[in-house]
Design a protein around this ligand. Structure first.
Ligand code: FES
Length: 356
């Protein structure tokens, strides 16, 4: 009869002599041909265990690698400034990526190689056997764990070898620093991001045009139930920043029966004969709200299924979005073309910290 590891419950083989008659061949568990535990091979000392000079050399190698890692991190930051990305110049992108990459690779590799070398050449290499036990440790186990940590600290020299320890801490602290610089580089340069997010290309008198052709839209072109994807006049002619501007200024134009619009008194003159314009940028995380259900007057954002009710100033009726889509006040000019009365009166798109 065999006992299991967790409390001595009897385990028997179905076909062993004296087996319980109910024991099933499919569930009885016992190793009938168990291999004897060969034990651990005898410990072999390393050169660094036998020769203090070699140990010192290994120690020097390890902290040199950690210092090298710091150099790599600092170089990555310096490379970001020495080799800036120049708009429209792909060569500058290549140089920027190459030298930042070299710095980051050196920083990470040197930490990795240093840590492995420390473990293999200097830290104690005796092998221990850790028996399996229940997940919750007893008081003795926990006390032993603390002992093990103390032993590990003693044997690795983490507390004692201050040069290695401090250089490793320095390398680990320095390594994430390039990320701060790189993330900053994703934001707009020399411009106030809050201002940029608060304003779009729309201004008084800008004509509404069809996306992507840029053809101006007459009020008479917008039939009942139709929806247009709209961009501001002049956007297609922009040489720089066209996508950035479009990402803020894109609009959806729809025509409903005037009696289907529940307009607030202060927004009565923001529409024209049932034609309304709303930002196409979802207030959840900024996907284009591109699906219009003309029977229900609902707009659907395909990203996370937020729904907006066009007849009630695009209030959110379902989904994770928290704000209605901003409305663009529109009118008609002397030639019958739809024009904006002003920019949006609030920032478009998702919330951000400084949004008022
Ligand atoms: S981006 Fe529109 S619902 Fe998430």
């Amino acid at each position: 009869m065999a006992k299991d590891d967790n409390g001595g419950k009897d385990i028997i083989a179905a076909d062993s002599p004296g087996a319980h008659p109910e024991a099933s061949a499919g569930t009885a568990v016992v190793a009938r041909d168990a291999v004897a535990n060969p034990g651990l091979p005898p410990h072999r000392k390393r050169v660094t265990d036998l020769d203090p000079k070699k140990e010192r050399t290994a120690e020097r190698t390890v902290y040199t690698l950690f210092y090298l890692s710091i150099v790599g991190s600092v170089w990555a930051i310096a490379a970001y400034m020495i080799f800036p990305i120049i708009p429209e110049d792909t060569g500058s992108v290549r140089l920027n990526n190459l030298f930042i990459g070299i710095g980051l690779a050196l920083a990470l590799l040197a930490i990795g190689i240093g840590a492995v070398h420390w473990g293999k050449a200097i830290m104690s290499d005796h092998e221990g056997v850790d028996e399996r036990h229940p997940v919750q440790g007893t008081d003795e186990t926990r006390a032993r764990a603390i002992e093990i940590f103390q032993e590990a600290n003693e044997e690795s020299g983490f507390g004692r070898r201050t040069l290695i320890r401090n250089s490793l801490i320095g390398a680990l602290v320095a390594f994430p620093l390039p990320a701060v610089v790189l993330f900053r580089g994703l934001g707009p340069q020399d411009e106030n991001p809050v201002e940029l997010l608060s304003h779009t290309m729309w201004k008084k008198g800008t004509r509404l045009t069809i996306d992507p052709s840029g053809t101006p839209i007459k009020a008479s072109d917008v039939t009942l139930g139709s929806a247009f994807h709209v961009i501001p006049e002049g956007l297609v002619d922009l040489e720089h920043g066209r996508l950035e501007e479009k990402a803020k200024a894109a609009v959806l134009l729809m025509r409903l029966k005037p009696q289907d619009l529940n307009e607030l008194p202060e927004r009565k003159d923001w529409s024209y004969d049932g034609i309304v314009a709303y930002s196409k940028i979802c207030t959840h995380v900024g996907c284009p709200v591109a699906l219009y259900e003309q029977q229900t007057h609902h707009l659907l954002c395909p990203c996370h299924q937020s729904q907006f009710d066009v007849s009630n100033h695009c209030e959110v009726i379902f989904g994770p979005a928290k704000r209605p889509l901003p409305q663009l006040p529109i009118a008609v000019d002397a030639e019958g073309y739809l024009i904006a009365q002003s920019d949006f009166t609030e920032p478009v798109g998702p919330s951000f910290w400084e949004r008022s």
